[in-house]
Ligand binder design. Sequence first.
Ligand code: PGA
Length: 253
Amino acid sequence: MRQPLVMGNWKMNGRRSTVETLLKGVIAEISGLSGVEIAVCPPYPYLGLVIERLAANEAVACGAQDVSAYADGAYTGDVSAGMARDVGCRFAIIGHSERRTLFGESDTVVAQKFARALAADLTPVLCVGETAAERDAGRTQEVVLRQLSAVFRECGSGAFERAVVAYEPVWAIGTGRAASPDEAQSVHRYIRDVIAQQSAQAAGRLRILYGGSVKAQNARELFGQDDIDGGLIGGASLVAADFVGICRAACIG
Ligand code: PGA
């Protein structure tokens, strides 16, 4: 049985005061919730604050939204995986579609970041997914396979033994148009099959999250699919009640 995981990706939002309020709301509403692992990924400047507040609260972990493809050194503006781990992050989102499209991260760079996260003892959350044009052209599997293969090339056949994958169709992110449960399930199944070709054990244990316009209203049906093990939540993670509603939908039993 894979324990569901729900992660909030706050993206580049918030100020100290709103971060404090959001966190307080999440912690208050989450009490008593069990059977789901929860994490939040604030912007870098607020990691320290969030981790400090979460220290007394085992129920919520913290993740970085990105890490550098390089180890420590002369890389102005970057933050290394080792630093993220050092301040208390447990997860790192790797290859989010906004990084790939707006910041030009290639599959190779994404794979290098994935390797850095693993080496620093962070759990990488690899984002994969197709654009609307790729979907319309029937290329979803081809795109996802290419994105996964780059990571296998960099990290070997055991790449996903200590990792999470997030299937995030680009056309569903921030659009209010989530993939249907069936549609998402079939891509999740495909991802698990691809990983099983390298390691059946890793594939069986791997948590594959769905991301893209998840709301409290559609979460239960999405998370009810066999190969959907939780969610990566953007917009709805910025409202405590909405985020916790989604976490609740992921609870086992
Ligand atoms: P969304 O974003 O929930 O706002 O669609 C998801 C994501 O980008 O991770």
